[in-house]
Design a protein around this ligand. Sequence first.
Ligand SMILES: Nc1nc2c(ncn2[C@@H]2O[C@H](COP(=O)(O)OP(=O)(O)OP(=O)(O)O)[C@@H](O)[C@H]2O)c(=O)[nH]1
Ligand SMILES: [Mg+2]
Length: 476
Amino acid sequence: MSVKPLIVAVVGHTNTGKTSLLRTLTRDASFGDVSDRPATTRHVEGAAVLVNGKPIMELYDTPGLEDSIGLLDHLDSLASGRRTQGIELIEQFLASDEANKEFAQEAKALRQVLSSDVALYVIDARDRVLGKHSDELNILARCAKPVVPVLNFIANEDAKVGIWREHLARVNMHAVAEFDTVVLDELCEQRLYEKMRSLLDANVDQLNSLIEDRCNLHRDLKRASAQLVGDMLIDVAAYVTYVQTGDSPQTENALSTLRKIVSSREQRCVDQLLELHCFRPEDCLPDTLPIEGGKWGYDLFSPQAMKQFGLTAGGGIAAGAATGFVFDAMVGGVSGGAMTLIGAVIGGVLGAGRSQGKRLIRKAQGETELRCDDQTLRLLALRQLMLTRALLCRGHAAQQPLVMPKPGRLKLPQTSVAIMPASIQLARTKAHWSHIVTDAQGYKAPDPARLEAVRSLTEHLLQLLKKDENKQIEFP
Ligand SMILES: Nc1nc2c(ncn2[C@@H]2O[C@H](COP(=O)(O)OP(=O)(O)OP(=O)(O)O)[C@@H](O)[C@H]2O)c(=O)[nH]1
Ligand SMILES: [Mg+2]
């Protein structure tokens, strides 16, 4: 059974954020024109809010009520007695010439109110309560429709929420919503729908499904964002490139290419996050990963690498160094075939399998592995998690682009004390898990073990996102 959408008129004085409210509630940053200039919206324009692909609510943006004082005087002059005080008077006005001339903007808004189920009366809560507001409320009260005042700009320190609530209570408006179209608070949005529900018996079902849908949306967005970040981290952690040991120019070149590759993989993650949250590319200023010098090398015999091969911390450093030493000694001057064998044997002995054996052989052949270091991975994780957090509470009416956080503002732990999540450690040993290059070349069938690593990293990142939102995220 299809349910008729709830029809909502968004009205209020000019510049109070009506169009902005529509942008944020519909998650459509391109709806209408938003500007500091008064009287930006000149015509009624609608947008639907969909739940499961079906329109559940239609919101109609209207031109600002510019001259409510003049209109109220005009309505009073039309009144011919007690019987024409309310809706009849409004209808009489809308049928008159004045509705197409002097009060044309106000008439457009009032016509929309009459054809809607409810009106949201948007107030700039930074304003003092003035005569124009009382007159606007007086006119709306005559439209015989439920009205929910929405105190907008509440994230601003000048918002006079208490004063406004007191004033609205005096004119019998007790179901008041608080909102900020730039700083989106999912609870404020939920309460707005609850206030509407309290006045709209016939539309309880639509509003309930809307409340549920918005709650699910927030949860799903968090998870999908964590997954995008996780996928990017696995791609970068697994990526490896080789240079001839001791060849400085070649190493410098390779490092610079590596930085570019990692930076563009990060940008891809930014683009994906923006798209997921229904923002435009211009909503986040482009920024190159701020790593210039950075340590990118990764020695196969470093304590950390040895740990991945199953050698535990205590003897790890010594064991790593010793294995490296023994390995170097063993391969010195032997033929290619024997070297392959030794590599495979050592790989096997270390429990690291054939692929590690191949890495050992490359090392024996005088090649050095280059890859993104842990500190850079942390930086990547933190930047993307903070971007996710910012997007989750960014209203679609926000005008200022987001800026990616710089390393100085991020809490980066010392490499020696922080241990990377197991999924990242594992990715270090699985070069084929990196889709950075293969993605550009074509489809690569997903490895089930890689999918599992991304899944487990996603859970880890989700936990970090759930922590106290006022505190800085720490990774790992
Ligand atoms: N900080 C902040 N700015 C807001 C908020 N709502 C609107 N704005 C800004 O206020 C200005 C006016 O917003 P609009 O959405 O164009 O207002 P409007 O009521 O549609 O204006 P008219 O169409 O001219 O009647 C714009 O600069 C918005 O960016 C808010 O909640 N917080
Ligand atoms: Mg507008």
